[in-house]
Design a protein around this ligand. Structure first.
Ligand code: ADP
Ligand code: MG
Ligand code: MG
Length: 499
């Protein structure tokens, strides 16, 4: 905690390599022909969901004269492309004629642009440019793409290191799974499961996966960098055990949003506990470590005693089938521990045997000391209801019911979801919020385990490179998009860009 750490930036102020322009050099458009033929022409994916696609489509719309955009929009709305006859009541047209640039955003939602303008876009230089960015996105990823910095933590199969993308300067956390460890402990399905679940998510309350790649000895997942430490550290190592109610409320609200995002995608998390909730340098949290998460079939249930015993719901402990209820129990455990400064079913420093823990979880009523206000006590006891059918969050309205609880009265969830609420505590950027990393043992290969051809099938499923939405966000956020996405005069293809 006391050590001061400063990241070496290297390669200029933004931390990019001095060769960054070479690393992000566009292929000639003729080399994009295969991609052009195979890419799915889906408006929603190309122009709304993918951040670079969205930017380029916006630039395309802004490049049109008001008149031609109007014609495009009116055609798709079923009007004659003759301006004076377009009825003024047509909302899109009125908006277009008022503020051509800002309306493009709004038009995405009313679908006018998905017709004729989208068709025209695909013949424009903006779409060519999109293909060029996609070619870069699809470049194979090796460890050469990153600089590696300090060790951040250790997990079951390997270590997590701070790393930086050489081309853009973006900082990430790289979770490296040692291949022989994975093989010895039959962790292949678990590793692939974690990777595949992460790549389908896009929430500010869950760590994002940006890249998945392999080296000779490791499988690597490159994740959102969370440099503020985990909640376990903040609950126990930052003075008196426990957190102030403002912070409990804020973290609980963000975790609730994260769980709702997972549940909307039918993903049950199953491993909620303070050490899996990480802080970023602005003090916001994200759910991390999705190794135990599972995708449920529609409305389905699972069986299986997984998780960490102290945080398992009664229905999990007793081998019943369970669904999202297990995560809402976990939220109850988390809120309890943040408030009390010890877990719900264990005193501080106490190490009960497994059977005793199970008994307490299934039958014992947790105690609420004077650190609990009326509202937080009520929230915890409703979430820690032993009957999953009666538990808050499980009575037909999901997480919405939790968000409506009086404990969250002050929280504006819309603002929170939009990232517009400031965190009540901001980590000091000069501090390292974890136990001394020197205490973390070195990770080395397991002796007597050899890797062979049969492992390659699994590795190739894992080694998929950049995750499109994360990669495109990185390119935009680091300013690389703005600097590289130039066009020559009058839209001609800029000569210095190898067109
Ligand atoms: P495992 O699944 O093996 O338990 P984790 O995903 O929990 O591995 O990672 C191990 C440790 O690495 C965590 O406890 C945490 O200290 C650190 N860590 C994991 N992900 C990140 C991240 N995105 N940013 C910063 N540190 C991280
Ligand atoms: Mg973990
Ligand atoms: Mg894990």
């Amino acid at each position: 905690m006391s050590r001061v750490f400063v990241f070496a930036a290297g390669g200029g102020g933004k931390g990019r390599s001095w060769k960054w322009r070479d690393m992000l050099r566009f292929a000639h458009i003729s080399q994009c022909a295969d991609l052009a033929a195979s890419i799915e022409r889906d408006y929603d994916s190309l122009c709304v969901k993918q951040p670079i696609g969205r930017e380029l489509f916006k630039l395309f719309c802004q490049s049109l004269t008001s008149h031609s955009l109007l014609i495009g929009v009116s055609l798709c709305c079923g009007f004659e492309p003759f301006l004076p006859t377009i009825p003024q009541s047509n909302q899109c047209v009125t908006v277009v004629s008022k503020h051509k640039d800002s309306c493009v955003e709004g038009l995405h939602s009313n679908r006018c642009l998905s017709g004729e303008p989208f068709t025209q876009y695909q013949y424009s230089m903006f779409f060519d440019r999109f293909l060029q960015w996609k070619m870069l996105e699809r470049q194979p990823i090796t460890k050469q793409a990153f600089r590696q910095y300090r060790l951040l933590g250790k997990g079951g199969f390997g270590e997590v290191w701070a790393c930086q993308v050489r081309a853009t300067g973006m900082m990430y956390a790289c979770k490296k799974l040692e291949k022989t460890h994975v093989k010895k402990r039959r962790g292949e399905a678990m590793a692939l499961n974690e990777k595949q679940i992460l790549e389908g998510l896009d929430s500010r309350f869950v760590v994002n996966l940006a890249y998945a790649y392999e080296t000779k000895h490791f499988l690597c997942m490159v994740l959102t960098m969370m440099s503020g430490g985990d909640l376990k550290f903040h609950i126990y190592n930052m003075g008196e055990a426990g957190l102030q109610e403002e912070r409990v409320r804020f973290y609980a609200a963000e975790v609730c949003c994260g769980l709702m995002h997972l549940h909307r995608k039918s993903i049950l998390y199953r491993d909620l506990k303070p050490e899996n909730i990480l802080l970023d340098d602005n003090g916001h949290i994200r759910i991390s470590d999705l190794g135990l998460a599972v995708k449920l079939s529609e409305g389905g249930l699972v069986r299986g005693r997984v998780g960490t015993l102290g945080y398992m719901a009664p229905e999990v402990v007793s081998h019943e089938r369970y669904g999202m209820s297990a995560d809402w129990w976990g939220l109850g455990c988390l809120v309890y521990e943040m408030t009390a400064g010890h877990p719900a079913f264990r005193a501080r420093g106490e190490r009960p045997k497994a059977a005793e823990m199970e008994r307490r979880i299934q039958t014992e009523q947790e105690e609420y000391g004077d650190k609990f206000s009326k509202a937080v006590k009520d929230l915890c006891s409703s979430l820690l209801n032993k009957d999953p059918k009666e538990r808050l969050g499980c009575r037909g309205y999901g997480g919405k019911e939790i968000q409506c609880h009086s404990f969250f009265k002050k929280v504006n969830f819309r603002m929170l979801e939009a990232g517009l609420v400031e965190a009540p505590f901001k980590p000091d950027p000069r501090l390292v919020y974890c136990s001394d990393v020197q205490d973390i043992e070195e990770f080395s290969a397991v002796k007597g385990v050899s890797l062979d051809q049969s492992d390659d099938n699994f590795y190739s499923k894992f080694n998929t490179g950049s995750v499109p939405i994360s990669w495109q966000k990185e390119i935009i956020e680091t300013g690389c998009f703005k600097e590289l996405n130039t066009f020559g005069p009058e839209g001609s293809r800029s000569p210095d860009l190898d067109w």
